[in-house]
Design a protein around this ligand. Sequence first.
Ligand code: NAI
Length: 331
Amino acid sequence: METPMRVTVTGAAGQIAYCFLPLLLRGEVFGSRQPIELVLLDVEEALSTLRGVMMELEDGAYPLLTSIHYTNNVSEAFVESDVAVLLGAFPRKLGMERRDLLQKNAVIFKEQGEAINKHAKRSVRILVIGNPANTNAAVLAHFASDIDKKQITALSRLDQNRATSFIAKKLKVSPEDVKNIFVWGNHSNTQYPDLFNGVTDGGPLPDWLQDETFLRNEFIPTIQERGAAVIKARKLSSAMSAAKAVVDHLRDWFIGTQDIVNMIVCADGSYGIKKGIFFSFPCYCYGNGSFEIVPHFPWTPFGDPYIEKTKKELNAEWEQAFAALLPKSSL
Ligand code: NAI
């Protein structure tokens, strides 16, 4: 057996965590030989639920689980973390402005960034899922200033999975036979799902899937609004599919994959996206927590207005989130 890996999961009393934790402990993320020391963080009001989650995990008799600890203390949660899976975030409440949501979460991700900076292993890898995921990751990266930005990613794999599955269903093939469908930008309804680089059976997608009316009226809005459609139907946001996407993202990041996968990462200037913005890009994952933004899959001119819109939204989110945290001169 290998040395245990210390995995901190925040928002651990929530619904994604409830779907994700059993998958993690069955070895779906780091493999069936990797023991795990689990640390669960949630807010004080959720501690009783968290204790229940812990009891259920113990009752699962998972051979990979070497220890489990739960807390509402942020500093304690990140001590010696190898991996941080950040699901906990302040939810949008009725009548709440988006600006307020951004600022509430900015405070949470500032505190967690500082705690990670101080207590986690220098090699820690961080995945932000809590919304607004891109901007929460940007805030965290700013305050975890000693941690390399390439160790911080956020989740857009659910959007890519949704888009890939949608096209596979249209083509009546398995999702694994559809590759290179990308979702660019913000994990919000301004994201740009782009199938112009898509391939199936080693060739381009059929012309009828690239018809602009179909893209504008069916494909793009369906993917952009899929999260809202799930909420409408289930009265709760996506959890099972989100947990699957978290597994896919982490497994590919740590184990590696031949596929090109979407990750929200810190822009390095590729594709003309401003450095420092956390943006969903197509990425190569080499394993061991390393990745590169794939350089040669530009969107077509059809995508330009969509990209402009999502970029603009991210810039505005950045300013609104940081307005609460930093003096104006440093924005
Ligand atoms: P949930 O509401 O069931 O659970 C969230 C948990 O976070 C709650 O237990 C809550 O007490 C906890 N929490 C709140 N503030 C916290 C803090 N400061 N520290 C630690 N824990 C805290 O939500 P669910 O469904 O599990 O979703 C988690 C997050 O993931 C939400 O923000 C949701 O919007 C987001 N999400 C992101 C997706 C993506 O693709 N990036 C997809 C689906 C959901």
